[in-house]
Design a binder for this molecule. Structure first.
Ligand code: ADP
Ligand code: MG
Length: 227
């Protein structure tokens, strides 16, 4: 098991109002599994992913990620856990426009202080994994949406994180690119990573090992393994 929520959730206070973004949730993420988190806009999907990604603390309940009790970590330890154990993929790719594909992928390794020669090797491997070595010298603006997302996946992978978290990764893509990107993520899970994908798009369901639905802050398991 790579991550576990035990009755964990999140609420936000605005004046005298309390918004329950995520009700108390119990959920486990496992290696070798693509978990699809599906639900309508505003249902709490990003909140759930942000908890798993150690971006926010739970308001209640307990959270463990990669063996660490997140509730008890300070901001600094949390940032370290994010950098070393988690890879993030977002809807809008979040690539840095002035940098080549290759330089974007290499960035997390530079943050980790990995040597230049090792960083080059690992960047090469990550680009191979997503089939993008021939585009390494391109700027993001010279790539299609699907190709940019594959570069973003390579960047998420280059640190060899146990957990890959994707927030609406296909929302800006056409149908063909959706299939390529989801197959890429599925293959990562089949090869041992824990991959969680947030979406409102039911077309992604066939790529999942496991599916949970989020509705109005409540998480419900809807299917078991589908291999
Ligand atoms: P989804 O990703 O499914 O669209 P979110 O997790 O972003 O949903 O949001 C769930 C609910 O929590 C929404 O009602 C949203 O407005 C609220 N919410 C999310 N983040 C914040 C925040 N930082 N402050 C106040 N309310 C928030
Ligand atoms: Mg969201």
């Amino acid at each position: 098991m790579i991550a576990e929520l035990k009755q964990a959730g999140k609420e936000y206070r605005a004046g005298d109002q309390t918004i329950v973004a995520l009700q108390p949730t119990t959920l486990q993420l496992h290696e070798g599994e693509l978990l699809l988190i599906i639900g309508p806009s505003g249902s709490g999907k990003t909140t759930l992913l942000s908890l798993l990604g150690c971006v926010i603390y739970p308001s209640y309940g307990d959270l463990w990620v990669d063996g660490q009790h997140v509730n008890k970590l300070n901001e600094r330890a949390l940032a370290k856990l994010r950098l070393n154990s988690i890879g993030f993929v977002f809807q809008n790719f979040n690539l840095l426009a002035p940098l080549t594909a290759e330089a974007n992928v290499m960035m997390p390794l530079q943050l980790q202080g990995v040597s230049q020669s090792e960083a080059r090797d690992r960047t090469e491997k990550a680009l191979q994994t997503v089939g993008m070595t021939d585009r390494r010298k391109n700027l993001p603006s010279q790539l299609s949406g699907g190709q940019q997302q594959r570069i973003a996946i390579a960047r998420a992978l280059v640190t060899n994180p146990k957990l890959v978290l994707c927030d609406e990764p296909t929302a800006s893509l056409d149908k063909d690119s959706i299939n390529i990107v989801m197959q890429e993520l599925r293959t990562l899970a089949d090869n041992g990573k824990s991959v969680a994908v947030v979406t409102h798009d039911p077309r992604l369901k066939p790529f999942a090992h496991r599916i949970v639905e989020v509705d109005n802050g409540a998480v419900k398991e809807v299917s078991g393994f589908n291999e």
